[in-house]
Every structure is written in structure tokens, then in C-alpha cells.
Design a protein around this ligand. Structure first.
Ligand code: NAD
Ligand code: LMR
Length: 339
């Protein structure tokens, strides 16, 4: 930790410097949709992350208040709120990581694909701005339907000649977080020690947790594995129904989004062996995008890892999810090219 702390006359600078170290590079993170249900707690969690030096909070309304509030937390990053499209460029400029939780959430009875008509346009316009103002940033896409919004982003970047497949991520971390929680409950093991890869996509049966690879190992019955798989696939719906019309997961999503962004920052900073599941451009199956374990490095995706051995139940789940995932990917590509 820098010794300059005692030389600082401003308490603000003092607090900033307390958290700065010579070895931690400057990193700017932008959150688009920062005044929303996910955006606000995510802004707070990113403010708590010592790897962040600048935090840009953008939304179409409400960000000055969120930024003033979060900005009082005595951690390293400098927080700025940006509101309205005319300020989007400034929010994005110089960003290393852009997190996108902008868009409408589900209500009971809706699928994630029912959000397509509104969210596809939002994602397209935000990605057009990313291509212009921070084409080298890692993009963490949270907005649903992720199975389509990630392909939309890729097409927008391709058209702008800025596409780098190593830098575009669909955030599926919440599926992993849920799979770990539910598995720990049934396996009776400490949740903090649990690892479960989740592959495929981020909607219903396209979410495929690989409990056969879960650690610590536990002797669970086939029926328990089937139930755990279904609960993980329906985790989002469980929250949507419990919130009864007031939206979908926000707090657990903010946690998951902060975990994933932290992994991206660690990768950028050269921390070795950072591995998270994410929905990325992929050749592990015949589908052009697929979620699986990804090694993160200084340029984003360093490598997409193999799926590893699957149980017969998982092999069946994999074949079943492919048509739906393929259709969602194609829908996104078609939208981006038609509009
Ligand atoms: P919310 O309605 O509470 O917040 C969305 C925010 O986006 C609002 O503040 C709104 O003003 C803002 N917004 C709308 N248009 C915008 C634009 N053009 N530019 C910038 N901001 C804009 O919704 P929420 O609960 O925060 O959910 C946001 C999205 O995240 C939804 O699409 C939801 O389905 C998705 N989600 C994804 C996951 C996942 O695991 N990937 C988990 C939970 C929610
Ligand atoms: C989730 O998994 O919680 C999100 O995708 C939100 C939703 O609509 O379920």
C-alpha cells in the first residue's frame, strides 16, 4: 500500500490511496442500466472491488442519485453518473469492462424470449456505442434473452469492424451460483467448497448443470440429480414467481455479475488460472455460441475448455437443448442484420 496516504490533504484522496497499490493497474468499469434492480446493487459491489479505479454508472434516468450514493463508499474507485444518450460516450470512453444489465425483466408467465422485442433494440444501440467509444472493452452481457442478445452484440461489432470474439461474454454466472447452492443443500457439503460447471445457454432447458462433475463428490440418487437439474433450469422462474410481478432476480444477479466482472478484471491483470463458465463464441459443439468453462486472460477469453465427461442424462440434456439454443442464436443474428 502506498505510503503517500499521509501526504494527502483531502480525505477523499486519502481514502482513494488507502486502497491503491503499485501493482494494481487502473481499470475502468462501466455499468449500463446502473439505476435498475440489478444495476444498483451491482454498482455497489463493483465499488467494493479494489481492482476498479473508475466506475461509470449509466442509465436513461436516475444515475446521478445512484452515483452520489455509491460514491460515498470509502473504497478505491472514483464514481461518476451519466444519464441520457448524450452522455453515453463519456460513460464508455476508456472502459476496460462494460457490464450490461439494461432492459426489461420478466413477469410471471413470461419466458426470457418474451423480452426480445424490447431488449434486442436496447442491446443493439448500447453495443453500437461500445463499438464507437470503447471497442477494446470486455463486454459482460446480462440483458435477456442472453441466448440472443450475445449474438446481437457480435453482429453489431462485426458490422463496426470491432468484433473480437475473445471479448464478448454472456453472463451465466447466476446459473452456476444457483447450481452450487442447490447442490450444497442436497449433498450436505460446505457451499463455499462447491464447484459445478453449467453449460449450454441461459434459458430453461438450455441451462445444463453438470452435476456429474460437481465437487466435492456426493452420492446423490438419479432422482435427486434430475430434481437439482430442473431447479437450476427453473431458478429464474422461481424468483420471478416469488416476486409476483415485481421483476426477476436482482440481488443474486448483482452478486453473480460482480463475481464474473471480477474474474474478467483478474484475467486482464494477468492473474493465472481464472476460470468461469460463460456464454461465448465457441467450437465445443456445432453451435456458434455456447456456455462452458472459459479461461480468462489479458485479452479476455484465453481458451474455451472442453466439456469433459458427461453422464448419459447430461448427454441427453445436451442434445435436447441444441435446437432451442440454435433458434435463439439465429433469432438474434437475424434481428441485428435486419434492423
Ligand atoms: P430493471 O427494470 O430493474 O432495470 C433495468 C434498467 O435498465 C432500468 O434502470 C432502465 O432505466 C435501464 N434501461 C432501459 N433502457 C436502457 C437503455 N437504452 N440504456 C441504459 N439503460 C437502460 O431490470 P433488472 O431487474 O435490473 O433486469 C435487467 C435485465 O437483466 C433484464 O433483461 C433481465 O431479464 C436481465 N437478467 C439477466 C440475468 C442473467 O442471469 N443474465 C439475471 C437477472 C436478470
Ligand atoms: C434469471 O435467471 O434469474 C434471469 O435470467 C432473469 C429471469 O428472467 O429469470
Amino acid at each position: 500500500v502506498r505510503s503517500a496516504v499521509s501526504r494527502s490533504s483531502s480525505s477523499n484522496r486519502l481514502l482513494t490511496r488507502t486502497f491503491a497499490t503499485e501493482s494494481v493497474p487502473e481499470r475502468k468499469v462501466a455499468v449500463l442500466g446502473a439505476a435498475g434492480g440489478i444495476g444498483q446493487p451491482l454498482a455497489l459491489l463493483m465499488k467494493l472491488n479494489p481492482l476498479v479505479s473508475k466506475l461509470a454508472l449509466y442509465d436513461i434516468a436516475g444515475t446521478p442519485g445512484v452515483a452520489a450514493d455509491v460514491g460515498h463508499v470509502n473504497t478505491r474507485s472514483e464514481v461518476t453518473g451519466y444519464v441520457g444518450e448524450e452522455q453515453l460516450g463519456k460513460a464508455l470512453e476508456g472502459s476496460d469492462v462494460v457490464i450490461i444489465p439494461a432492459g426489461v425483466p420478466r413477469k410471471p408467465g413470461m419466458t426470457r424470449d418474451d423480452l426480445f422485442n424490447i431488449n434486442a433494440g436496447i442491446v443493439k444501440s448500447l453495443c453500437t456505442a461500445i463499438a464507437k467509444y470503447c471497442p477494446n472493452a470486455l463486454v459482460n452481457m446480462i440483458s435477456n434473452p442472453v441466448n440472443s442478445t450475445v449474438p446481437i452484440a457480435a453482429e453489431v461489432f462485426k458490422k463496426a469492424n470491432t468484433y473480437d470474439e475473445k471479448k464478448l461474454f454472456g453472463v451465466t454466472t447466476l446459473d452456476v451460483v444457483r447450481a452450487k447452492t442447490f447442490y450444497a443443500g442436497k449433498a450436505n457439503v460446505p457451499v463455499a467448497e462447491v464447484n459445478v460447471p453449467v453449460i449450454g445457454g441461459h434459458a430453461g432447458i438450455t441451462i445444463l448443470p453438470l452435476f456429474s462433475q460437481a465437487t466435492p463428490k456426493a452420492n446423490l440418487t438419479d432422482d435427486t440429480i434430475v430434481a437439482l437439474t430442473k431447479r437450476t433450469q427453473d431458478g429464474g422462474t422461481e424468483v420471478v414467481e416469488a416476486k409476483a410481478g415485481k421483476g426477476s432476480a436482482t440481488l443474486s444477479m448483482a452478486y453473480a455479475g460482480a463475481l464474473f466482472a471480477d474474474a474478467c478484471l483478474k484475467g486482464l491483470n494477468g492473474v493465472p488460472d481464472v476460470v468461469e463458465c460463460s456464454f461465448v463464441q465457441s467450437t465445443v459443439t456445432e453451435l456458434p455460441f455456447f456456455a462452458s468453462k472459459v479461461k480468462l486472460g489479458k485479452n479476455g477469453v484465453e481458451s474455451v475448455l472442453d466439456l469433459g465427461p458427461l453422464s448419459d442424462f447430461e448427454k441427453e440434456g445436451l442434445e435436447k437443448l441444441k435446437p432451442e439454443l440454435k433458434a435463439s442464436i439465429e433469432k438474434g443474428i437475424q434481428f441485428a442484420n435486419a434492423n
